[in-house]
Design a protein around this ligand. Structure first.
Ligand SMILES: Cc1ncc(COP(=O)(O)O)c(C=O)c1O
Length: 415
C-alpha cells in the first residue's frame, strides 16, 4: 500500500497502522467495527483534551480574565461533559435536558450557563433549583418569567450585534433579523429591566457557527463593550473546523488573539466553543452494504447509516470526505448513500474510495460535532453507540440503541 498521510481533518494522534488500517486513540477502527458494530461514533479522547488545553493556553497567554465555556450542544454526551469538567472548563447548556446531562457529567452548577430563545418556565425553575451560575436572558418575556421564578438570578443579556458572518444562513445568528436576543437598540431598555430584580453581570452575543474569518470577532467585542461597562463579556463560539483537507480554518491561537483584541482591558471574556472542541475528534464508521454501478452515470455506495445519525448533509448541504478504513487512497469516484427511504439521504455526494466492496468498513472524519447531537430515529433506526478511544483502549460511553428502546415510551392500552 502506498503511504498516505492523514490530513488535519482526522483526530490528533490518529494514523494508518502497519497493516494500513486507520487507527485513532491507538485503536484500529476495523477491529472496533467487529467489536462494537456499525455505524458507530468513535472519538479520540486525547484530541478533545488537547483542544480544551489549547483553548485555555491560548487565552491564558493573553489574559488573566477569561473563561472557556464548552458549548455542549455540539456533543451533549455525559462522558464528554465529564471530560470537559475534568479539564476545568465551564459549560453552556441550551435546554433543561442538556442541563441535566451536564450535572450528571459532574459540572458544578455554578459553572453552567443556560441559553435558549424560548426557555420554558419549567426549564427556568429547574435551572434556578440547581443553583445555575448564569442564565443568558434572551427576551423581555423571559425577563418577566425570571423575575417571577428566580428573582435575584445572575443573568447576562444576549444581544444581536448586527454582524452577519459568512456561514450557512441556518447557523448565522448575529444579524439583526434573528429569533435570538435583543436587537442593539433595545439593549438599553433590556438592561434597565434586568437591573430591577435580577443580578445583571454582563452581555452575550454569538454571531454564528463554522466561521473562518476572524474580523467579525474583533468587531463583536467592540460593539458589546460600547453598550456598557460590565465585568463579563460572553463573545459566543463559532470557530470553524476542517471538514475536508482543503478547509483551512484559523488556529485557536489566532482566534483567541482576535477575539480578545476587541474586548477592553479588565473585562472577563467568556468564549463558548463547541464544534472546534469536538468536531475533528470524532469519526463515524460504517459498513458498506451495497455497491451499485450505473454505467455512464455513477457508483452508489450504500452504508448502514444516513440522516438518522448524520443530519448535517441534508440540513446544511454539509460536505464530508470518506475512506475505506483499511485501504486509504481513493481511485473510484462514488456517492455515499444512507439507508433511508429518501433520495436526498446522501452522506457524501462526491467521494473517492479505493475500490469499495461489500463488507468494507468506511470512515467519515470530522463528525464529532452535531452528529450524535442531532441523531434521530427516522425509519425507526436505532441510534449508534459512542465509543471513546485512548491509549489503545476503547469503551462504549453510550450503548447502541435496541429495537426494544424504540418502544420504551409507548403507552400500551390497558388490558
Ligand atoms: C449561544 C451559542 N454559543 C456557542 C455555540 C457554539 O458554536 P460552535 O459549535 O460553532 O463553536 C452556539 C452554537 O450554535 C450557540 O448557539
Amino acid at each position: 500500500m502506498a503511504a498516505v498521510g492523514l490530513s488535519h481533518v482526522y483526530p490528533l494522534g490518529s494514523r494508518l497502522n502497519e497493516r494500513g488500517a486507520f487507527e485513532l486513540g491507538g485503536c484500529d477502527v476495523v477491529e472496533l467495527a467487529s467489536e462494537f458494530g456499525t455505524p458507530a461514533y468513535v472519538y479520540a479522547e486525547d484530541d478533545m483534551r488537547a483542544r480544551a488545553r489549547e483553548y485555555v493556553e491560548a487565552f491564558r497567554a493573553r489574559s488573566e480574565r477569561f473563561e472557556i465555556v464548552y458549548a455542549s450542544k455540539a456533543f451533549p454526551c455525559t462522558a464528554a461533559y465529564r471530560l470537559f469538567a475534568e479539564e476545568g472548563l465551564s459549560c453552556d447548556v441550551a435546554s433543561g435536558g442538556e442541563l441535566y446531562l451536564a450535572l450528571k457529567g459532574g459540572f458544578a452548577p455554578e459553572r453552567l450557563y443556560l441559553h435558549g430563545n424560548n426557555k420554558t418556565e419549567a426549564e427556568l425553575a429547574y435551572a434556578a433549583e440547581t443553583g445555575i451560575g448564569c442564565v443568558i436572558a434572551d427576551s423581555f418575556d423571559e425577563l418577566e418569567r425570571l423575575e417571577r421564578i428566580a428573582p435575584g438570578q445572575r443573568v447576562m443579556l444576549r444581544v444581536t450585534p448586527g454582524i452577519k458572518a459568512l456561514t450557512h444562513s441556518y447557523i448565522s445568528t448575529g444579524q439583526e433579523d434573528s429569533k435570538f436576543g435583543f436587537p442593539l437598540e433595545q439593549a438599553p431598555a433590556a438592561i434597565e429591566r434586568a437591573q430591577r430584580k435580577l443580578d445583571l453581570v454582563g452581555l452575550h452575543a454569538h454571531i454564528g457557527s463554522q466561521i473562518f474569518e476572524l474580523e467579525p470577532f474583533v468587531k463583536l467585542g467592540e460593539i458589546l463593550s460600547a453598550i456598557g461597562d460590565y465585568p463579563l463579556l460572553n463573545l459566543g463560539g463559532g470557530l470553524g473546523i476542517a471538514y475536508t483537507a482543503a478547509d483551512r480554518p484559523p488556529s485557536i491561537d489566532d482566534y483567541a488573539e482576535r477575539l480578545l483584541s476587541g474586548a477592553p482591558d479588565g473585562v472577563t471574556v467568556l468564549c463558548e466553543p463547541g464544534r472546534s472542541l469536538v468536531g475533528n475528534a470524532g469519526v463515524t464508521i460504517y459498513t458498506v452494504g451495497t455497491v451499485k454501478q450505473i454505467p455512464g452515470v455513477r457508483t452508489y455506495v450504500a452504508v448502514d447509516g444516513g440522516m438518522f445519525e448524520n443530519l448535517r448533509p441534508m440540513l446544511y448541504d454539509a460536505v464530508y470526505e470518506a475512506e475505506i478504513a483499511d485501504r486509504f487512497g481513493g481511485g473510484t469516484p462514488c456517492r455515499i448513500a444512507g439507508m433511508h427511504c429518501e433520495s436526498g439521504d446522501i452522506i457524501v455526494r462526491e467521494a473517492d474510495l479505493a475500490e469499495p466492496r461489500v463488507g468494507d468498513v468506511l470512515v467519515i472524519p470530522a463528525t464529532g460535532a452535531y452528529g450524535h447531537a442531532m441523531a434521530n430515529n427516522y425509519n425507526a433506526l436505532p441510534r449508534p453507540p459512542v465509543i471513546f478511544c485512548s491509549n489503545g483502549n476503547a469503551r462504549a460511553v453510550v450503548r447502541r440503541e435496541t429495537y426494544a428502546d424504540l418502544a420504551l415510551r409507548d403507552v400500551e392500552p390497558e388490558a
